[in-house]
Unconditional design. Structure first.
Length: 222
């Protein structure tokens, strides 16, 4: 079985960075008018958030789109938690220093230093401190008829693992994200029940490997 998630996790043990699910859903000013206004407000927003998500992945390798569902928590800078519930369980947690990937079915945990695991990916882009214009060419997109305002980001570097990122905003939040990788695989995420400006428990992004699971990799330096 192939997991199309925050990190693509192959059952033969191979790991590669994906463009899925690596985002921060932040509050956008209700009076922001254009897509650029909402985009800028999004990256200016601080604090924690919570949302439900539906993720679909489609491409030439799939007979039909693969769908996943779960919840996410996010807090800038560099902390996020993706809890995949369906079709099977996986947790991807960044605690500010390490990235933990726990596959419940495999009873396996992979841990990497956060900076080395993410690099110049949407995780760094959307959960980081800024500098978006330095790494991406940004432009507004025309009306798609879905009630959202869209911004397209094209990476200036060629080794990011993805070719296009599109962000769709309503008047308050980021509601949709679309990503295309070098194999023309398209990942789409829809966000609902978005809460922003909330206070999360201090241990929301802590992770301790369950007893008996295999742990691959090492921790970042303290």
């Amino acid at each position: 079985m192939l997991s199309f998630k925050f990190l693509c996790f192959y059952r033969d043990g191979l790991i590669r960075l994906s463009v899925a699910g690596l985002l921060f859903v932040g509050a956008v000013s209700a009076f922001a008018g254009s897509a650029t206004d909402r985009f800028n407000a999004f990256f200016a927003t601080k604090g924690a958030m919570r949302a439900d998500f539906v993720q679909t992945v489609q491409g030439a390798a799939f007979v039909q789109p693969e769908e996943s569902r779960g919840t996410l928590l996010m807090q800038r800078p560099g902390k996020f938690r993706w809890d995949y519930r369906l079709p099977y369980e996986q947790q991807i947690i960044a605690d500010g220093k390490q990235l933990w990937i726990y596959d419940v079915d495999l009873e396996q945990v992979i841990v990497k230093p956060l900076d080395k695991a993410l690099g110049d990916t949407p995780a760094l882009l959307l959960s980081g401190d800024g500098g978006v214009e330095q790494r991406f060419d940004i432009k507004e997109l025309s009306d798609r008829g879905d009630g959202l305002l869209w911004v397209q980001l094209l990476p200036k570097q060629t080794d990011t693992g993805f070719t296009t990122v599109k962000l769709g905003f309503d008047k308050q939040h980021l509601r949709s994200m679309e990503l295309v990788d070098g194999f023309e695989q398209v990942t789409k995420l829809i966000f609902t029940n978005v809460e922003t400006g909330i206070k999360l428990p201090a241990d929301s992004f802590d992770f301790v490997p369950p007893k008996g699971v295999d742990v691959i990799g090492g921790k970042a330096e303290e």
